[in-house]
Design a protein around this ligand. Structure first.
Ligand code: KG4
Ligand code: ZN
Length: 353
């Protein structure tokens, strides 16, 4: 029988609720917080307080937009980590209360796993194996997915995540937050061969990533080439010194994207996997999409989430819960544990199998 799923995502500064009918998304509401800009970064305590204020409204809107009645919900799911603990607890506790109060099944969903499967939202079944590259503000993880909820991490970032590199670079360039979309946009009018930014290779494991070096190289470049003594750059300085912001953004983006595509392709070749699924906030990047989609054809099948499911959203949590409920082989004890266990016990990244 088809199941209506109510799902929550509150792992960072977003408050999102979605309704799915099995694999199909009926509504997906995302409330974003903009006030963190004043502080130059996310303030966790303020994020969770604001989430507490809007979660009820967001949930009601998700239910209303889906055109189902709350009494028709048969499964509740929430992101249980990794993420900001106060924010996670807000969504989790709201979701658990909803489930317990109505005696509905509850499923905790790993945020990274939800990104992994977000490429397939809408599908009833998925073809395996596939190579998964999750690129977000907090994570850069390359893994081999052999079957439903069976994956082995091949490599991950040793320092900054790819999205974090975009965010830090945009901050230095005085562009604002989140940096990824701003750099992506500026890069469209720039020359990506203007300057070569180096991306360091991690020696111990060739599938690991490192993005902290490129941020430093951008800083030194601005200081040396343009005598920029104040970082973040101010608009007047950029204008007075004729700093080619679009070219710098395009060159920076090229370096990050090349590092991501090179490692993913190397892994696909070595493991002889022909399906590549790229997800997470950075998978919205136009250059990243273009480069990966060039591989599509006889040799590779490349999957991306539709743009609305790239950055954090509850629809991907609902879809992952649908898959877990259908293919996850969860025992009654496991389901009981999910509802009784506090969030912080389940912050582990996807386990290696
Ligand atoms: O998946 P997500 O919403 O949050 C985490 O789980 O971390 O990803 C947010 C990240 C931010 O770092 C943001 O700058 C980046 O995704 N991002 C992009 C683009 N859109 C969002 N990065 C590059 N290009 C984009 N178009
Ligand atoms: Zn995310």
């Amino acid at each position: 029988m088809a199941l209506n799923i109510l799902a929550f995502e509150t792992s960072c500064d977003e408050t999102s609720a979605a309704i799915l009918l099995d694999n199909e998304v009926l509504s997906n509401i995302i409330s974003l917080q903009t006030f963190h800009n004043e502080y130059g970064g996310i303030v966790p305590e303020l994020a969770s307080r604001a989430q507490l204020e809007v979660i009820d409204k967001v949930t009601r809107k998700a239910i209303a937009d889906s055109r189902i009645e709350s009494g028709e919900i048969g499964l509740v799911a929430a992101a249980s980590g990794p993420g900001l603990i106060g924010s996670l607890l807000t969504g989790l506790n709201y979701a658990k209360a909803f489930a317990i109060g109505r005696n509905i099944r509850f499923i905790a969903v790993n945020h990274i796993e939800a990104h992994m499967y977000s490429c397939f939202i809408g599908k009833r079944t998925i073809d395996f194996p596939f190579l998964s590259l999750v690129v977000s503000g907090g994570h850069t993880i390359l893994s081999l997915v052999a079957g439903y909820f069976e994956h082995r991490i091949l490599g991950q970032t040793q320092d900054d995540a790819a999205g974090e590199a975009f965010d830090k670079a945009a901050k230095m360039l005085g562009l604002g937050y989140p940096g990824g979309p701003l750099i992506d946009c500026a890069a469209k009018n720039g020359d990506e061969n203007f300057h070569e930014f180096p991306v360091s290779n991690v020696r111990e494991n060739s599938y690991d990533f490192s993005f902290s070096g490129i941020k430093t190289s951008l800083l030194y470049y601005l200081r040396k080439k343009y005598k920029a003594d104040k970082i973040p750059l101010m608009p007047e300085e950029m204008k007075n010194k004729n700093i080619p912001i679009n070219d710098i953004c395009a060159s920076f983006q090229k370096a990050v994207v090349e590092s991501l595509t090179e490692k993913a392709i190397a892994a696909a070749e070595e493991l002889n996997v022909r399906r590549i699924a790229v997800s997470g906030g950075v998978s919205a990047n136009s250059k990243l999409r273009t480069e990966f989609l060039k591989l599509t054809g006889d040799e590779y099948e490349v999957y991306f989430p539709s743009l609305e499911y790239t950055t954090d959203n509850a629809a991907m949590i609902g879809y992952c819960a649908y898959l877990k409920n259908k293919y996850g082989k969860m025992t009654d004890e496991e389901l009981e544990r999910q509802i009784s266990e506090p969030a912080f016990a389940r912050l582990e990244p996807p386990h290696a199998n």
